[in-house]
Design a protein around this ligand. Sequence first.
Ligand code: ZN
Length: 93
Amino acid sequence: MLCSIARELISLYLDRELQPAQATDLRKHVYTCTACQHYQEAMEHAAMLLAEPPLAVPPADFDQSHEAHPRRKEYGWQARGGRSPEREQSCET
Ligand SMILES: [Zn+2]
């Protein structure tokens, strides 16, 4: 099998569109061809990266909203707890 054909089959294989007979021929070629082994590994790695959600890099909006919620809660707690009627009375008298 030619490397150019093998590489077309590798992309079909990763898309699960390869016939079983073609997959067998491809495996035979990849087993003996180092260049196509590397090509298949690179394609598999790229496919994995595309399939995984980008958990490591959240969007900027997500980060801001995530920080804003605890701050809002904290402010609300301080506003309610700091202005207790008892304290205002004790300060005035
Ligand atoms: Zn090859």
